[in-house]
Design a protein around this ligand. Structure first.
Ligand SMILES: Nc1nc2c(ncn2[C@@H]2O[C@H](COP(=O)(O)OP(=O)(O)OP(=O)(O)O)[C@@H](O)[C@H]2O)c(=O)[nH]1
Ligand SMILES: [Mg+2]
Length: 394
């Protein structure tokens, strides 16, 4: 008999298995979350106000994710309408010490964090005596510790309850090794492992988990399982000169407590000024950025946030529309087609797929086809970021 073929098991991902994911802006009160949200959404949805807890209900905005390939395709097809990739951002209320036990807007806040899939954590590193800090002074490292601790405490409380409930059910189990009892025992073991990790002051997303464990963890909807991108809000001057006394300390904190998480320095003050002074003046904006020798970070923030959620997009192109379709990476073709219409998934026949680089090289669809570079792909094809797809459904 030939040896059994070993198929490598695909690594499961933490988080909701959805293509419609959201990222929440989280941080201490009065650090610039709503200001950032407003700049990103370029509208006045969030309430920017100089008092702690100005935001109570989360506000939502779809923010486009910049992609040079998309711009190039729009230029090539000159379509009647365009839809870029976007990420849904949610402005969340400020969190304070003790939130996990209900202080401040505690539980309200944590429910909002539970509802999002990823976190932009805004950290205040700008000095401004006019802007109150709830802890009395500016200390981003303390703020980061407070936030990560509150999220962990809440997770631990949640997981402990779950472990207790499972323990009771297990005790009631028959003791015969049936499948249900075995699954329960495995679930219980995972929950205990998660609790141990949290009690050792580690975030769930930093643990090493098997696929089975990830299934259990995903059902728990834990706060510390969500990816975090740290956004450090600097004064305009510090941002431009790329220097601030807190930056090395923040970096060291991340290396120690959340290794691998990304840090993006930016400046609400600068972004606000640019948005205001050059609202409809792209040339003016370019000139100003050249003059002060810097760049806006909003595009980068959106891109990194999108990637942190394992999101990618494929394109559909034609004279009517060039559009980016967001999916979670690793989806097979029928599921990817299904984001356009569920019928495309149900009655999937095949996909005609072009690679962006081929279209860029051959400069027209017909030339790509003539070169035999457009390929027909079946149900098992895994759609890649930047693919240009035409779906055929029965
Ligand atoms: N000087 C300075 N002030 C800022 C900066 N970012 C925000 N502010 C000010 O800080 C105050 C609070 O800003 P918000 O954006 O409402 O803060 P928030 O984090 O949403 O606050 P909560 O919703 O209360 O948690 C406002 O007066 C802003 O103008 C900054 O980079 N520099
Ligand atoms: Mg706010």
């Amino acid at each position: 008999m030939p040896p059994k073929k070993v198929v490598a098991e695909k690594k499961a991902m933490l988080g909701r298995p959805s293509n419609n994911l959201q990222i929440g802006i989280v941080g201490m009160p009065n650090v610039g979350k709503s200001s950032l949200f407003n700049i990103m959404s370029r509208c006045d949805l969030g309430k920017v106000a100089n008092f702690p807890y100005a935001t109570i209900e989360p506000e939502e905005a779809r923010v486009s994710v910049p992609d040079e390939r998309f711009d190039w395709l729009v230029d090539l097809y000159k379509p009647k309408s365009v839809v870029p990739a976007f990420l849904t951002c949610v402005d969340i209320a400020g969190l304070t010490k003790g939130a996990s036990t209900g202080a401040g807007l505690g539980n309200n806040f944590l429910a909002n964090v539970r509802a999002v899939d990823g976190i932009f954590q805004v950290i205040r590193a700008f000095d401004d005596a006019e802007v109150i800090h709830v802890e009395g002074d500016v200390d981003p490292v303390r703020d980061m510790s407070i936030i990560s601790q509150e999220l962990r405490l809440k997770d631990a409380e949640w997981v402990e309850k779950k472990a207790d409930a499972l323990k009771k059910t297990l005790r009631g189990a028959t003791g015969t090794a049936n499948l249900r009892d075995k699954a329960l025992k495995e679930e219980y073991d995972t929950v205990c492992k998660v609790l141990e990790l949290l009690q050792a002051d580690k975030d769930v997303r930093k643990g090493t988990w098997s696929n089975k464990e990830i299934d259990v963890i995903n059902d728990l909807m834990l706060l510390t399982a969500k990816p975090v991108t740290y956004l450090v809000n600097l004064s305009e001057r510090d941002y431009i000169r790329k220097k601030n006394k807190w930056l090395p300390k923040i970096k060291a904190w991340i290396d120690e407590n959340a290794p691998g998480d990304l840090l993006i320095p930016f400046s609400v003050a600068l972004e606000e000024r640019l948005a205001m002074e050059f609202a409809d003046d792209a040339a003016g904006l370019k000139g100003e950025l050249e003059k002060i020798g810097t760049q806006s970070q909003i595009g980068k923030i959106m891109k990194i946030g999108y990637q942190s959620l394992n999101l990618i997009h494929y394109f559909t192109c034609g004279p009517d529309e060039v559009r980016a379709w967001t999916i979670r990476s690793g989806l097979p073709a029928p599921k990817a087609a299904g984001v356009i219409h569920t019928d495309f998934e149900k009655n999937f026949v095949c996909g005609e797929i072009m690679q962006f680089s081929d279209l860029q090289e051959y400069k027209s669809e017909s030339a790509v086809k003539a070169a035999g570079k457009q390929q027909q792909k079946g149900k098992t094809y895994e759609v890649l970021d930047g693919d240009i797809c035409y779906w055929k459904a029965g």
